[in-house]
Design a protein around this ligand. Structure first.
Ligand SMILES: Cc1cc2nc3c(=O)[nH]c(=O)nc-3n(C[C@H](O)[C@H](O)[C@H](O)COP(=O)(O)OP(=O)(O)OC[C@H]3O[C@@H](n4cnc5c(N)ncnc54)[C@H](O)[C@@H]3O)c2cc1C
Length: 416
């Protein structure tokens, strides 16, 4: 396949990485990266934590400054893509420009799901996805006294910890029975529940938002589904995302919880691939026979972009097989997760949950497939290696007195 012009739709984590890696891998043709946000591509993770705490400067959020793109001949267009014409191999931008491609990389990410309740549009209600969101939220956080967070997922809890650290009273409404339930074990949930309580964050389980109440256009309280009214001068929701898959769907591509791609990250159209938060792909790390996954993490966006860049530049045509890993920072606890834990049937806990230094080893049919490490970074690094090389480690091995993941990794390391 002769690929000259590569159009990258979306200038976020995956789009930036794909453009940079294409040049690194030797792609000599045109690279056009189109994104609808202002400025240069930037990292999102600090937006819900260090950036709001004032610990990270605006300038250091950018992956690269504008000169990098010029030097690398990466054309950046700020516009919204409105349509894909697969027959003509073009994309049409909101401003009317039509751009032809030999290959189109869809890296459009996802957007926040917004609670559909009365009052959600009131002043003082925020989601956090973009730098613009964080910049709008930041001054309000500085003056607020009582924050209500909707959803005890990663982003909601990261924000809750920031708000508590800034001295706000914080309530979190969570429909389920424990924090981050979709992603972590009960042990890790319990560790974080206790941590948040100790910081003054009250997580109210089995509760959801039924209305946001305002006075003169500004939020003053929230009403929960069970009829409780909580005072609030700031409301932040984090109830999951919707993949930006409408363009692909409009072009007739398969969409099921994201844009469907194969193990090479290609859609059914050989001229279109999808990566990052948008892509639904078969993961070799899922349980056998599991449905395709869509992962929302920096690792996934970066590694998929690299895999795709290697294919498009003719360097290597390999299936995407990087081990998934993820982190979240909440107050003084850093949680790092290696692997995927669907189908897990046994768990072994190492360390001290009460001291908030613990790792949960997750086994599927006797094989280590995932590890959740809270404030145990050495465990996380060892786990990534052990899982990636399919080390035959059983729950029985891990239960032996004095078992240590780092030592186990060193002892089972293949000779160089
Ligand atoms: C607040 C926050 C905190 C996070 N913290 C962590 C963390 O601690 N650890 C971790 O691993 N991950 C974290 N993540 C997740 C991580 O940032 C994402 O997985 C990653 O950004 C995905 O990259 P992407 O390129 O697929 O999507 P994005 O980075 O969202 O980029 C997609 C881009 O496409 C643009 N776009 C969409 N539609 C169009 C269109 N039609 N035309 C033009 N442009 C369009 C979007 O505006 C956006 O700029 C966090 C995310 C958020 C929002």
């Amino acid at each position: 396949m002769n690929i000259d012009t590569i159009v990258i739709a979306g200038a976020g984590q995956a789009g930036y990485q794909c453009a940079a890696s294409l040049r690194q891998e030797g792609h000599a043709g045109r690279i056009v990266m189109i994104g609808d946000e202002p400025g240069v591509p930037y990292q999102r993770p600090p937006l819900s934590k260090a950036y709001l705490l004032g610990k990270v400067e605006l300038a250091s959020l950018a992956f690269r400054q504008a000169e990098f793109y010029e030097q690398q001949r990466i054309e950046r267009l700020r516009d919204r893509i409105e349509a894909i014409d697969r027959a003509a191999r073009t994309v049409t931008l909101a401003g009317g420009t039509v751009i032809g491609y030999d290959h189109l990389v869809l890296a459009l990410g996802a957007r926040n799901r917004v609670p559909q309740v009365p009052g959600i549009g009131l002043d003082g209600v925020f989601g956090i996805r973009t730098l613009a969101d964080a910049d709008a939220l930041s001054p309000r956080l500085a003056e607020a006294r009582h924050a209500v967070v909707i959803g005890a997922g990663f982003i909601g809890l990261e924000f809750a910890a920031v708000a508590a650290a800034k001295g706000l009273a914080v309530d979190v409404l969570e429909l389920g029975t424990r924090p981050m339930a979709r992603a972590v074990s009960e042990t890790t949930s319990a560790l974080f529940d206790a941590a948040h309580r100790s910081w003054g964050v009250q997580i109210r389980y089995g509760e959801s938002l039924s209305a946001v109440i305002g006075e003169q256009g500004r939020v003053v309280a929230v009403q929960t589904a069970s009829g409780v009214q909580l005072p609030a001068d700031l409301v932040v929701y984090g109830i999951g995302v919707i993949p930006n898959a409408e363009l692909a769907e409009g072009a007739g591509l398969a969409v099921r919880n994201g844009v469907v791609v194969d193990e090479r990250l290609s859609t059914a159209d050989p001229h279109i691939s999808a990566i990052g938060d948008l892509a639904s792909f078969p993961s070799p790390w899922s349980a056998p026979g599991a449905a395709p996954v869509r992962l929302e993490s920096v690792q996934n966006a970066v590694d998929q972009a690299k895999t795709l860049a290697a294919r498009l530049s003719g360097k290597a045509d390999q299936p995407y097989a990087a081990l998934p890993w993820f982190w979240t920072d909440q107050g003084s606890v850093k949680l790092q997760i290696a692997g995927l834990s669907d189908g897990v049937d046994q768990r072994v806990v190492l360390g001290d949950v009460e001291a908030r230094q613990a790792s949960v080893l997750c086994f599927r049919q006797g094989r280590l497939v995932a590890v959740e490490s809270s404030n145990r970074p050495a465990d996380h690094m060892a786990a990534r290696k052990l899982i990636a090389r399919a080390t035959p480690l059983t729950p029985e091995d891990a239960q032996v007195e004095g078992f240590d993941l780092k030592a186990c990794e060193a002892a089972t390391r293949p000779a160089a």
